[in-house]
Design a protein around this ligand. Sequence first.
Ligand SMILES: Cc1ncc(COP(=O)(O)O)c(C=O)c1O
Length: 483
Amino acid sequence: MQLNHNKQLINLISVSITSTIRQVMQTIDKGGLGFALLIENETEKFVGVVTDGDIRRALLQGYGLESNISTIPRPESKTGHITISSEQITSLFSEPVRVIPLLDDDGKVADLALFDKRVRLPVAEPSLGEKELSYVTECVLTGWVSSAGKFVTRFEEMFAEFCNTKYAIATSNGTTALHLALLALDIGVGDEVIVPTLSFIATANAVTYTGAKPVFVDSEWETWNIDPNLIEQAITPKTKAIIPVHLYGHPANMDLILDISKRHNLAVIEDAAEAHGAKYKGQPVGGIGEIGVFSFYGNKIITTGEGGMVVTNDSEIAKKIRILRGHGMSPERRYWHPVLGYNYRMTNLQAALGVGQMERIDEIIEAKLRIAERYEKGFSSIKGLNLAPRQPWAKSVFWLYSILVNEDEFGLSRGQLVTILQEKGIETRPLFIPIHQQPVYHQNVQDNYPVANQLGKIGLSLPSAASLQLEDINKVINCFQNF
Ligand SMILES: Cc1ncc(COP(=O)(O)O)c(C=O)c1O
């Protein structure tokens, strides 16, 4: 079976059986796969696999860095002939055996079969555990699968506490959460709402759904968020609200935004879809403006599959949002609809996932922070890369760890870099294309957004899933260091 692990990779992780532990550790480090292939000096015949776990155990048993690798205990390696079938390979894997070298007729490694979902390093993926499974199962077993059910209330209570707000209202997704927030502020036809042009399109779409007009503002280099110094010139008598977005998990510059909003009597809706747990000067995002909204799409910090949340400290707004979320039905009289509402409810099934995720959110955010620190350390000496923003007054949760690739200094364009990383199984994602450039909004918009344009052009998000191990991140960093 040909698995196409190229010869270059096999050479990179191959090391002589006469090497010292130190030399083998260096080889493992270079390959970033957590193991090396031991081979005979002259013949290059395969001798065995040694993992970083084998080395750790040997060091604990008293072997030194200069001990010969052939002397340390390691489990017998499983191998297959290059012609082996995929079924046979599968039968050889077990908990300790995660790699099967496939040998040619001369006993040399011709290919590798890796039992490792990490052959692809994802930009994002859900981190779901036993709690989530058990709560969802409970919904199925009890039949409470629709939007009535205890998990919805529990999820809302947990989320309000997490954001330090009085109220949290769960919705079907982050876009409907934004839509409800705008409706609750009576924003509609003839109004204008200020949004950063560098965001996911939902930020502007929700404004458009109400009949109001999104007015785009450029970004600032320091945070990649809306530039507060450009907001005032975008305000007109029609402006009703500002939606700062805490992009990629880094809080926007809220003091300046709140100051402007107070002076011009504008509401502030925080789009915290990507920033669960981020803090602005110690305060959780979402609860800083009048209303905050979150998304629980599958790639977000925590997920409910699809899902969203509105948070607020204002009881009137909370009440209005609950009514609008459920077809505008009066809380006092069933099937009586004084206003036009929507079905934007979250299901108990979604909320069951959400409750499970909330029980693990601190752990997930910790993992995000560890990943960001590792990238920062690994990239510190590489020229031509700007790292993800990290302002001293902010706690970013680094939703997707993103960098800027300055082609002239780095030597490769973003596109070239993406192709090379892709070949190595490293997934990337370009930063958002600014909304003013999108065909649905492009008409009549003057393209004077130099910062957002440049960020959108050279920004790249790297593997950031909380489930990634630090050795996975090392693999990404090694690729950059080898360029
Ligand atoms: C900044 C921003 N706003 C709003 C949304 C909309 O959320 P959803 O996809 O849950 O509708 C998203 C995410 O997708 C987002 O990234």
